[in-house]
Design a binder for this molecule. Sequence first.
Ligand code: 0RA
Length: 654
Amino acid sequence: MSDINEMEMAPANGTPTAGAHYDASDIQVLEGLEAVRKRPGMYIGDQGPRGLHHLVYEVVDNSIDEALAGFCDHIEVAIHPDGVVSVQDNGRGIPTDAHESSGKSAAEVVMTVLHAGGKFGKGAYQVSGGLHGVGVSVVNALSSKLDLRICRDGGEYFQSYERGVPMTELTRVGDSDAHGTRVDFRADDEIFSTTEYSSDVLKSRLRELAFLNPGLTITYDDMRPDEEGNRPPTKIYRFDGGLGSFVEYLNKGKEAVHRPPIFIRGEKENTTVEVALQYNDTYIERIYAFANLINTVEGGTHVSGFRTALTRAINDEARRAKLLKEKEANLTGDDLKEGLTAVISIKLLEPQFEGQTKTKLGNGDVKGIVDSVVYEGLKLAMEETPEILKPIVDKAIRTRQAREAARKARDLVRRRSVMSGLDLPGKLADCSNRNPSDSELYIVEGDSAGGSAKQGRDRSFQAILPLRGKILNVEKARLDKILSNEVIRTIIQALGCGLGDEYESERLRYHKIFIMADADVDGAHIRTLLLTLFYRHMPQLIEDGHLFVAQPPLYRVQDGKKVNYCYSDKELKDAMSNTDQKRTHVQRYKGLGEMNPEQLWDTTMNPDNRVILKVRVDDAILTDELFGILMGDAVEPRREFIENHAREVRNLDI
Ligand code: 0RA
């Protein structure tokens, strides 16, 4: 990580603004930018990949605001081979005229003053100003270089910056009939631990924005060549079908219970509510909710309003159509969850974001607004196309029966463990520590690796659970079946925290859980199966930061008495480049089983040297899609994915 304290705020020529005098407002600006560079995390979350991508979103969000205001229908994003990102829109263009007393152009103020972004007019829905709403000046402060081009009022204007400091004044460089803004920035490698953008991550958000703004065209051009010198074709996202298309996209590869998706739109008290939903044949609920286009991953009042309305409307209609018997109980919210895919998008004037990551909508009045719009909309949809109701109700009734069966299966698991007098599975080698926050669990593939781990561990705080047998693919199964799988039951018993609706974080017996599997394709498969189980049935455990992937080394390099472990081919190459090749002995570990207990402890389990990866979910839609592709029924998308990611897959199987 860079040393951000040693930054150079003044430009090369030593004056903050070429040719201009240095006054109080300049000092304020420099102090503001300095604060951003000193504590980037406060403004963009972190200095890793997440923060890096955040920069792109921030610039794009400003263009999206122009689209929301009705002045922009085209945004072009490109990643250039030299690491520069360009974002160009055909909006009004940032105002170029002199701003109030400072004498600076309004554009320079927008680019250099914190939170000056869109605060020019009130009464408009804004994306920037929400979660990402730190203002484009933050991007400027964290970029080693930024070029601004504006077309408006018949002219083309240009200004360049370095680390937020203007290198020139905003200058008219020519005539133009066009209107719009283009920002080219290079993330500062003194600030960011990585400046490699992930196309999958960027495309996911841009696609999402295009779904949420029907009629808007967003292009994405990754101009970085791969090893063969090829580069992917430009992506063009435009979805006139809006949220309905979004839901169809999310349900791709799954069997729909009804067609097309139900779409609802309404407006109340300055709040626009849009919802699309469609049931599919899986057992998983996917509700993605947005407030002013910000993905509210923690939910909030709009989601509560939606749930209440859905349950009420379906029950009312089911009773009216006599699909529920008179004595039969109402369908519950849980009965209506399985296989539901819904996207909720609301736009409101003053969103309040709460929660740990500020992604929970807090506005109290929104619940009632969404409830009433969705209830009315659902009733109308079911009056217009009555044939959609029966398959939904039938599915919910089946869900209710299955939940009942799952409850019995769960009770049985519990009772059995109580009756046998053992809460813990026999294969578990537990640690002596009883305090979860100091305890670790290694879930280890295979008996021989499990044996080494048991001998190599520090038994005071490390527990070992060796796995043998087939882990069920939970992506395709319902809870009752999942609970009848021996391996999964063993894991659940060892963890102690339950799963699904009954997950209780207080009962989790270890606060660090490591998945330890071989670095080959079989290991990757087992890892994915376990990650699927955690992601689908104990997502809280991942959110709370308890899940890790252990990284055993691939090579042991012995040079005389000196032993080195390498975790990648690159590390091996580096290690070999400064050793005497003749005397050096390289051992490649084919699997964990080849390591003796001491080696396993040294390389993979000793908290002082081990390399571990924390499992994190940054983009729920992308993750959901990935698990669906890797573990789902459809073969074609999986083949496509493996082809597109052939290199990474090959790396797993060196
Ligand atoms: C301030 C005021 C206006 C537009 C913008 C900023 C603006 C910012 C960005 C950033 C990227 N693209 C942008 N497009 C516009 C309103 C302009 C007016 O009233 O004419």
